[in-house]
Ligand binder design. Structure first.
Ligand code: CO
Length: 197
């Protein structure tokens, strides 16, 4: 079976499995979505949002791009955040980065990858903001892992500074921001606030 035929087969099998477990499932979620979580993650195929937090369709509003970057002028990401916060009224925004992120690694190297180099400039900026700390880490892998973490923290900062989130906080809307990092080596998500400095 070729890859595309397999997609339809897999999809039918998945829909059947979900319906068998809860015959009303698709009927229920067809009316509206009420996710409480906005997930912002990397486009990396090894970090599939719903799967790694084991939540079914309807539970997570998702935005993914290379290296989970939120740029102040990215209309796509800002629209996702605005819709999630103002309309869906999500209670949690999670930025989940991951160790071993190819985008982060590429930003640390000098080789050119074409158009994406411009996107990776944002991560180079993160590295520049934290030059002092990163400079002290001589081991490349350790520095790479730390930049993966710092990138998440910077993106949380960017989200916090959007007019959308600022307005929500001013209105005392129930909304929490979370900086998470996923380890592709063990499948575990860790809260960056819980990690030792
Ligand atoms: Co990545």
């Amino acid at each position: 079976m070729d890859k595309i035929t397999a997609i339809f087969e897999n999809n039918k099998a998945w829909a059947k499995k979900v319906s068998d477990a809860d015959p009303q499932f698709f009927h229920k979620i067809s009316h509206a979505q009420k996710p409480e979580i906005l997930w912002i993650g990397c486009a990396d195929s090894r970090v599939p949002a719903n799967q790694i937090i084991n939540l079914p369709a309807g539970e997570v509003f998702v935005h993914r791009n290379i290296a989970n970057v939120i740029v102040h002028t990215d209309l796509n990401a800002l629209s996702v955040i605005q819709y999630a916060v103002d309309v869906l009224k999500v209670k949690h925004i999670i930025v989940c980065g991951h160790y071993g992120c190819g985008g982060i690694k590429a930003s640390m190297e000098d080789t050119s990858h074409g158009l994406i180099d411009n996107w990776l400039r944002h991560i180079k900026d993160v590295a520049r903001f934290h030059e002092h700390e990163l400079h002290r880490i001589s081991d490349f892998d350790a520095r790479f892992a730390r930049l993966c973490e710092l990138n998440v923290l910077e993106q949380i900062n960017n989200i916090k500074n959007t007019t959308i989130v600022k307005n929500a906080f001013e209105k005392n809307q129930e909304l929490e921001l979370h900086a998470f990092i996923y380890d592709i080596k063990d499948g575990i998500i860790r809260d960056l606030n819980d990690l030792p400095e």
